[in-house]
Design a protein around this ligand. Structure first.
Ligand SMILES: Nc1ncnc2c1ncn2[C@@H]1O[C@H](COP(=O)(O)OP(=O)(O)OP(=O)(O)O)[C@@H](O)[C@H]1O
Length: 336
């Protein structure tokens, strides 16, 4: 990667509690994120995503290891790190009885802006994040999506180079989640800032991030673009044959398939069904079906599906991400 790292961790570790009740939240993270990247930390509940973000934003000290953000060590120079970053946590930062505009101005003042500049900055953010309808009344009357946009505006008051978003769309309905993703994409493109967000929504990581860092049990289990992670896993072919003997013959043939880089497939047979996971399987399937037909083994039915990030997670950890996380079930809007 040509971009110089703006976030760099080495052996970053965090544990909570005493030795009896010890929780290893983050276990030796080595991470390098370049300036201007949009990265999603994806993992189930309790994987260590928030704790990682809290260490990178100086909110909690590492137990061991190092982390540098925007050129500053989080332990040695936390003030410099804080000046360079914006952080939007999981809870609503905006006070419910306050008017959103006042919150933005106060936040600007807290970051050292003059009153006039803080007001100007609030106006810019109100326009940019489409907040005009909500900022001049107490935030308690705003919907979950509006509050989340206000939270992001608060994180952007001092025009940081690096923006951290902890589960920005959790609790939003699918439409508000899509709006929020558009906003993050646009902010990233227009401001050329580095964005690091956590999510347990697979679709969000897939659709939004240039790079997906999959975290499980405090460790990085994969780190690549969503496309590369999926194509390394390959397509799934499910073939149903006339009987178990035909299925066994089809499995033998399928084992000879190779992905573009020559990787062998993974083949399982159960009764009449053969499941084949192979890179670029959709390109190979026609040849496989034709070869089986030539042997006298007609394929009764065939399904071809591309891999999802959930499949990637399953292949890496033996578990489905959805089983752990609230996933799509937790989608209610938190409008007051
Ligand atoms: N202050 C704390 N004291 C004790 N244990 C903690 C504390 N904060 C986090 N943990 C534990 O550390 C582990 C990692 O938690 P963390 O919140 O970082 O996970 P996460 O991936 O962000 O999950 P979620 O998606 O639920 O936010 C969990 O087992 C959690 O219970």
């Amino acid at each position: 990667m040509s971009r110089s790292p703006v976030i760099e961790t080495r052996g970053l570790t965090k544990h909570f509690g005493s030795h009896r009740t010890r929780v290893e939240a983050v276990r030796g993270l080595d991470l390098s994120i370049g300036a201007g990247e949009l990265v999603a930390l994806l993992g189930p509940n309790g994987a260590g995503k928030s704790t990682t973000l809290r260490m990178l934003t100086t909110l909690t000290p590492p137990s061991s290891g190092t982390a540098r953000v925007a050129g500053h060590d989080v332990l040695a120079d936390p003030d410099a790190v804080r000046r360079a970053i914006g952080y939007v946590g999981q809870g609503n930062g905006a006070g419910h009885q306050q008017r959103g505009r006042d919150e933005l101005v106060s936040q600007g003042r807290a970051h050292g802006l003059s009153r006039a500049r803080a007001r100007e900055r609030a106006d810019e953010l109100v326009a940019d994040l489409d907040l005009a309808a909500v900022v001049d009344r107490p935030t308690i009357g705003s919907s979950g999506g509006q509050r989340r946009r206000l939270d992001i505006a608060m994180g952007l008051v001092h025009a940081p180079d690096v923006l951290f978003l902890d589960e920005p769309s959790t609790g939003l309905d699918p439409q508000n989640r899509a709006h929020l993703q558009d906003l993050v994409r646009r902010l990233h493109a227009e401001r050329a800032c580095t964005v690091v967000l956590t999510t347990h929504y697979l679709e969000e990581a897939d659709a939004l991030a240039e790079r997906v860092v999959v975290v499980d049990h405090g460790r990085i289990v994969a780190d690549d673009t969503a496309t590369a992670l999926k194509s390394a896993l390959g397509d799934l072919l499910v073939l149903r044959l006339a009987d178990p003997a035909a299925a066994a013959r089809a499995a033998t043939r399928a084992e000879r398939l190779r992905g573009r880089q020559g990787q062998p497939p993974s083949v399982t047979v159960e009764d009449r069904e053969v499941r084949v996971r192979v890179a670029h399987g959709r390109e190979a399937v026609a040849g496989l079906v034709a070869a089986l037909a030539a042997d006298g083994d007609a394929v009764g039915s065939l399904e071809v599906s591309g891999p999802t990030l959930d499949d990637v997670f399953l292949a890496l950890t033996g578990r489905r991400l959805r089983e752990d996380g609230p996933g799509s079930e937790r989608s209610e809007e938190t409008a007051a």
